[in-house]
Design a protein around this ligand. Structure first.
Ligand code: PLP
Length: 404
């Protein structure tokens, strides 16, 4: 008899964003003339910057010519992109990461869900709560967790690290010893950032207990404060205990183009084995390389024009974040985030449940956000709004929220 991977059956039926889409569709059918403002899903709205589009067109044309046509890309990424990333994202900022430690991929989601494959099934994971769901779900699928406890809203055999107002949304070290620690800063969903001192403390802790930090820096480009680290490798000792994920989705609008990369330093060892070699083996077996045209577009992100244009886009999103945050504060809400991240994390008024606030906002204001509890039990009583809309929509959303 053919059997299925029963670990998949541990995953609760519906996915957060499908639930939201269903509710929004119902509302739309009942209110066809209402202009719904969507500040829910973390997708960008601005088009790809002109300097990047130009390179995309040129590289598409290369595909039409026998002398410049490209077939399979190198598994680990084209040298031109790996070198550019190492130079511009790391070496020029005084951080040590070499081109051959960079693995180019189709995005951070693929990598941060797949990374667990190179670790033994007996490893215990620690995640922030609330958290981007991919880290936990990928470990559930692999069989590294116990069952889902619907009553508690947690999986058995996972260490949840509460991120609350009290700890400024940066977790304390858990009492139980983890093997793999997922950290994401700037954070989705709380919009929080981590100081160099706190990140260094996490690195020191990981080294001390022999754990590996899986550091998701997908929102690095939104850091505005000079004191906030852009990479975990800015911390001493991180090359011996950390893997870093980056994405072109949120800095350059590649959510539809798809490009990202993972950094694994050569000296990073676990169980006497090089994680760099394991990931290289995994990557070259399971992946045939990100498309040439997209990697060329990725290279254009680092050109002078590209940098100038994407910085303008990010500053538009951060202008929205500022407007939304100030508007909510003005309206009497408690709001976090939005200063080094494109997310606002607001406390629901009178502690009403996240989903009730979702319904209220949708039905009374036609504004869509994301219920905090969808990211974990410590997200209950919170609500996430994104700054990825237009300024016009952000202004209108705040106007409607103030009229509630
Ligand atoms: C924390 C975090 N990591 C990774 C991703 C996915 O990035 P990518 O589009 O590169 O797969 C997202 C997307 O929303 C995210 O919020």
């Amino acid at each position: 008899m053919v059997t299925v991977n029963r670990n998949y059956l541990k995953l609760p039926g519906s996915y957060l964003f499908s639930d939201i889409a269903r509710k929004v569709n119902d509302f739309k059918q009942k209110n066809p003339n209402m202009n719904i403002i969507r500040l829910g899903i973390g997708d960008v709205t601005q088009p790809i910057a002109p300097a990047i589009i130009k390179t995309l067109h040129e590289s598409v044309d290369e595909m039409a010519n026998e002398s410049t046509f490209k077939g399979y890309a190198p598994d680990l990424g084209y040298e031109f992109l790996r070198k550019t990333i190492a130079d511009k994202d790391y070496l020029s900022r005084g951080t040590t990461v070499y081109a051959d430690e960079i693995f180019v991929s189709d995005g951070a989601k693929s990598d941060c869900s797949a990374i667990q494959e190179i670790f033994g099934i007996e490893n215990k994971i620690a995640v922030c709560d609330p958290v981007y769901p991919v880290y936990v779900d990928s470990n559930v699928m692999a069989g590294r967790t116990g069952d889902y406890n619907a009553e508690k809203g947690i999986y058995e055999n996972v260490i949840y690290m509460p991120c609350t107002e009290e700890n400024n949304f940066v977790p304390d070290f858990p009492k139980e010893k983890p093997d793999l620690i997922y950290l994401c800063y700037p954070n989705n969903p709380t919009g929080g950032a981590i100081t160099k001192e706190s990140l260094q403390a996490w690195v020191d802790h990981a080294v001390k207990i022999g754990a590996i930090i899986l550091f998701d820096a997908a929102y690095e480009a939104y850091i505005c404060d000079d004191e906030i680290p852009h990479s975990i490798y800015e911390c001493e000792g991180a090359r011996e205990c950390a893997i870093e994920f980056r994405s072109f989705s949120k800095n350059a609008g590649f959510t539809g183009l798809r490009l990202g990369f993972t950094v694994i330093p050569k000296e990073l060892k676990c169980d006497g084995v090089s994680l760099h070699s394991l990931w290289a083996r995994r990557h070259s077996t399971r992946y045939n390389g990100a498309p040439y045209i997209i990697q060329k577009a990725g290279e254009a992100v680092y050109s002078n024009e590209g940098q100038k244009q994407i910085k303008e886009q990010i500053s538009c999103y951060m202008k929205n974040a500022k407007y939304i945050k100030n508007g909510l504060l003005d309206a009497g809400f408690k709001v976090y985030g939005g200063e080094n991240a494109p997310y606002l994390w607001l406390k629901t008024p009178n502690n009403i449940k996240s989903w009730d606030f979702f319904d209220l906002l949708l039905n009374k204001a036609g504004v869509v956000g994301t219920p905090g509890v969808g990211f974990g039990k410590n997200g209950e009583g919170y609500f996430r709004l994104t700054a990825f809309g237009t300024l016009e929509n952000s202004i209108e959303a705040i106007k409607r929220i103030k009229e509630l």
